[in-house]
Design a protein around this ligand. Structure first.
Ligand SMILES: [Zn+2]
Length: 358
């Protein structure tokens, strides 16, 4: 029996031990309501923290809280582990210095400046090949070959949201915008309209960045025949590491901002040429909606890539969107079954804190 390395239920600290306000609030939110004095600060009314609570708190505040996005990918500036115990190289703000020591001593860990493995910030060969217009067509051929085709069967429902439509009761308001307006989104391009929708209504609300001041209408649409879709949200099974991974490249592509659109648009055009009616793709808001951390790693290895229950992990952290090519309502591929006005009563944000300097 080991009482040294196993996390125990022993109380080590409490939320009142901390000076940093963000750290204190986070500890209070996740700690235990438990009678008795804190063994460290003797306060009776802080939320109590076991070693496990302290490790979670350390990860949220110092790792997730220092994660910086790059053009593609994201990586934390700080990491911690047991090997750096007593060898920390962080220089925190004055109000955080003692808090950090308390955490390091209680959990027997050390914080250090993390040099990310470069795949985390987009050094992924297939992604680099997609960014280069000279090699892009070759990579897109591979995408079409390796990603699976799925059938969105006749009669299946999905939602499409419109912000401030001119004639909300007119079904044709919910078709793709006319070609003259195409070329502003992730997958549509000049001369090529795309209908964006989702089977998750909350995703529709996120995707159109609606606010409480907008007039919103949601159409319930239904496919009128089996639709052939390219599933870009599928976790590819690969033997390559993260640096060579096409799966990681596509995952990063759809979590990137508008600088990535030209690549996604070329993939959509190629899928259209190859006879697909549309694509399924991971939502940019997957991380926000599922509360997951971008490009999560354990000892520098991608969790998405190496997770033991990979498909379950991907399922739990991915929100799927639907994009249909052209104007599917006009040509009878989909029909409007119902239109509702949508009233937003609450727009929620949840968050946690991180340090300001290190
Ligand atoms: Zn305390």
């Amino acid at each position: 029996m080991s009482d040294v390395t196993e996390p125990t239920s022993q109380i080590l600290l409490c939320s009142n031990c901390f000076t940093d306000e963000g750290l204190r609030i986070d500890a209070a939110k996740h700690g235990l309501e438990q009678q008795g004095e804190c063994p460290n600060c003797q306060s009776p009314d802080g939320q109590k923290l076991t070693q496990e609570h302290i490790l979670d708190l350390a990860w949220r505040f110092f790792v997730s809280g220092t994660t910086v996005r790059s053009d593609y990918g994201a990586a934390p500036v700080i990491q911690f582990n047991e090997y750096h115990y007593g060898r920390s190289d962080i220089t925190p703000s004055a109000w955080l210095a003692n808090d950090m020591k308390l955490i390091e001593e209680a959990a027997k860990i050390g914080f250090f400046h993390y040099g990310p493995r470069l795949w985390m910030v987009g050094e992924v060969e297939p992604l680099k090949a997609l960014q280069d217009p000279a090699t892009r067509p070759q990579l897109i051929e591979r995408v079409l070959r390796e990603y699976p085709e799925i059938i969105f069967s006749k009669g299946r429902k999905f939602y499409r949201l419109r912000v401030n439509p001119d004639h909300p009761a007119n079904p044709f308001e919910y078709d793709s915008p006319p070609v003259a307006f195409a070329g502003r989104g992730r997958l549509d391009s000049p001369g090529f309209s795309v209908m964006y929708g989702s089977q998750d209504l909350d995703v529709c609300i996120h995707e159109c960045r609606a606010s409480t001041e907008d007039e919103l209408y949601v159409a319930t649409l239904q496919s009128q025949q089996d639709l052939k879709l390219l599933d870009l949200s599928y976790p590819l099974k690969e033997s390559e590491n993260e640096f060579e991974s096409l799966d990681m490249a596509i995952h990063m592509l759809f979590l990137a901002r508008s600088h990535s659109y030209e690549i996604a648009r070329d993939i959509a055009l190629a899928a259209k040429l190859a006879g697909f009616d549309g694509v399924i793709y991971p939502s940019f808001f997957s991380l926000i909606r599922t509360g997951s951390h971008p490009f999560e790693t354990v000892y520098g290895m991608s969790v998405r890539h190496y997770h033991q229950e990979r498909e379950k992990y991907v399922e739990a952290t991915t929100i799927r969107n639907l994009a249909l090519f052209g104007r599917p309502m006009e040509i009878g591929l989909v029909s409007v079954e119902c239109i509702n006005r949508l009233i937003l009563t609450q727009v929620g944000y949840r968050g946690h804190f991180g340090p300001v300097e290190y």
